[in-house]
Design a protein around this ligand. Structure first.
Ligand SMILES: NC(=O)c1ccc[n+]([C@@H]2O[C@H](COP(=O)([O-])OP(=O)(O)OC[C@H]3O[C@@H](n4cnc5c(N)ncnc54)[C@H](OP(=O)(O)O)[C@@H]3O)[C@@H](O)[C@H]2O)c1
Length: 306
């Protein structure tokens, strides 16, 4: 099969080459990959992966061989599959635990956005507890994870505040369910009960300062690429600042993701969740998608596999 593999001699760190087809174990089904959707984290991980690795966490495709132990998705089903690695290839092995099963007729291009972005948003929000009637801040609302988090928090009954540095993105965030869009947590009026943080850095400390008593900040992303610093007094619990907590999050440590991915795939297919696809391009253009000067549009870029 053809696959994008890590190649440190290439300026993009990637080379499209012929590699052996994957050999399934008893618990593996084989998926013909139809589309994959790169993540911020995929790009960041490339330099540390050995030559020859097939990168990529998210892919969607059609099951072409079932697992011999009888588990996992059935032949012909469209599935969303979660890594680590192995997504940017014509075939991928999946297990029952690593797939969401899409409804019949689902478009694999669209299903490829489910694994990391949508599932992280769902699991990150759950850490905030019930949000019905509560104010929730999505810090980094235009990130791929943030665009799903805004929608899911609004559907859960939260009053959603989202941040973006880009005034042109406000309308899109409101369309997805944000009640208020601000540039920075420093602009928050009332306190919030929960924060889903995709930015980190100084934004995290500023948002933590605006948490109501008993509130939780989930540190899910670090897109700002800056240090987090707390000053003396920032973690005091007096004067209405008691019982605030900070939780770190890693999707790779989450378990039983299959049912949630199946639910997300269904919500997207049935039009209740916007898949936030920014562009669909042929997979041979992958290095251009990652390359400098390609421009930045919000949402996921999907690469279609021939
Ligand atoms: N822990 C996990 O398991 C997990 C899972 C998924 C993702 N992540 C992490 O979550 C983060 C978001 O990922 P993604 O793929 O959704 O991101 P993304 O689509 O690349 O978006 C990043 C967003 O951050 C904002 N941003 C970037 N630099 C900033 C800065 N210096 N200050 C303020 N805002 C800035 C931009 O928004 P504006 O231009 O609108 O301001 C941009 O839309 C990444 O750090 C990723 O690694 C972690």
């Amino acid at each position: 099969m053809l696959a994008w593999t890590v190649d440190h001699s290439s300026p993009s760190l990637l080379a499209l080459r012929e590699v052996p087809d994957p050999v399934p174990g008893p618990h593996d089904a084989v998926v013909q990959v139809r589309a994959f959707a790169p993540n911020h984290g995929d790009l960041e991980s490339l330099p540390s992966l050995p030559d020859g690795t097939i990168p990529g966490w998210d892919a969607a495709g059609i099951v072409v061989a079932e697992a011999s132990d009888g588990t996992g998705p059935r032949l012909g089903r469209v599935v969303s599959s979660l890594g680590p690695d192995g997504a940017w290839a014509q075939q991928r092995l999946v297990t029952a635990e690593s797939v969401g099963i899409a409804p019949a007729g689902a478009d694999p291009d669209v299903m490829s956005v489910v694994p990391v972005a949508a599932t992280s948003a769902l699991r990150g929000l759950r850490r905030l507890g019930p949000v019905l009637g509560r104010r929730v801040l999505v810090l980094g609302g235009t990130s791929a994870v943030g665009l799903f988090a805004v929608q899911l928090a609004a559907r859960s009954g939260a009053e959603v505040v989202a941040t973006t540095r880009n005034p042109a993105a406000r309308e899109r965030l409101v369309e997805l369910g944000a009640h208020e869009v601000i540039a920075s947590p420093s602009d928050l009026g009332e306190e919030v009960s929960g924060v889903l943080d995709l930015l980190g850095g100084p934004h995290l400390a500023r948002a933590f300062a605006r948490l109501a008593p008993g509130g939780t900040l989930v540190a899910l992303g670090h897109a700002a690429g800056e240090e987090e610093r707390f000053g003396y007094g920032d973690l005091f619990g007096d004067a209405g600042r008691h019982d605030r907590s900070l939780s770190t999050f890693f999707l790779g440590a989450e378990t039983d993701l299959g049912p949630d991915m199946t639910w997300l795939a269904t919500e997207i297919h049935e039009g209740r969740l916007d898949p936030v696809v920014a562009a669909v391009r042929p997979w041979r253009e992958l290095p251009d998608v990652f390359g400098a000067g390609t421009g930045r549009s919000y949402g996921k870029t999907v690469l279609t596999v021939e």
